[in-house]
Design a binder for this molecule. Sequence first.
Ligand SMILES: [Zn+2]
Length: 425
Amino acid sequence: MFDLIIKGGTLPDGTVADIGITGDRITAMGRLEGAEAGQVIDATGDLVSPPFVDPHFHLDATLSYGLPRINASGTLLEGIGLWGELKQIVTEEEMVARALEYCDWAASMGLLAIRSHVDTCDDSLKGVAAMLEVRDKVKGYIDLQLVAFPQDGFYRDPTARDNTLRALDMGVDVVGGIPHFERTMADGAASVRELCEIAAARGLRVDMHCDESDDPMSRHIETLAYEAQRLRLQGRVAGSHLTSMHSMDNYYVSKLLPLMAEAGVAAIPNPLINIMLQGRHDTFPKRRGLTRVKEMQAQGITVGWGQDCVRDPWYSLGTADMLDVAFMGLHVAQMSSPEEMRRCFDMVTIENARILGLTDYGLHVGAVASLVVLDAGDPIEAVRLRAARLAVVSKGRVIARNPRGDATLEIAGRPGMVRRRHPVA
Ligand SMILES: [Zn+2]
């Protein structure tokens, strides 16, 4: 007797299996013919995946688009300035309300684990308090991991260092940074060193905004890899964005990538936001704004797609859909072979789960019973369609049901249902 059975779904690897759930765990996989359950979801012909994971987000800023004004230049730097104005006037209650609304969007999209950077450059730390409250409020259905993020510079902002340490004392999970925003390259490198030492001393993970610029000489990822190696933080460090790598010298990159692999440093490109923000100082040719994704993967470096922003000072669109992120990443990184398209799906599920260090994630007996039923036949089709989430299960509970994405056609002479699903012949 199970609490819930997901019947007949196709797993991302193409096998067909029933999934038996008891409490908050998967307790059986395979053919569960005749088994009884409190609830059964028929997923025959549909893709059943472990939940989506977003390794890079800003929940303290989300859904604030237009407050107090929009980003006219569309640049990262104006966005930072705009957020600087907004964080003076926003209240803790408003931040909590917006973040919870976003978490509702995420839950409905099967996005059940989020790593969110929280700004630690406000002396009141109201954003940190707000996000800790949200982490607690959503813990029954979303795993929220918070990163202490000195947005205005760990050294450049006079109180950021103290405030970042206070945020970690308050229970923030991960150590962040923004070395390319410090006053000099030397200060940036020093910030990477000190922040990694703080993480090592506290047994925490590291995730830094790193080299988010079009400057080919911005090389903080080199320092981050060095410190990960020196402090034995392998597998616990991620560099977010790494956009400068698109313009680095090829010879230098041929040395850098093996060093990143050796240091176990993961990469988190954010294709929606960086195709929008980068290259704004270019005329033509105009750079694509994305780091070297396939080249890093070829070296064995873990790479996961992040969303970064939804309706905030940096990005005006977004729906909490990690398939949108995978879709954009697939295009900008030119990941067009079947293997590469398939990998883009993994990059918003299992690869991101690895970056967050999620335990008991996945579809296997003993794993936490969190999954999403998609209106698609396989992972590539899921990316192509940004497929409807037919059902979302979190920790054993069905938390969302969505309709199929089919349209009813009313053209004279040939009315009927339009199915956008199109299996490989
Ligand atoms: Zn970010």
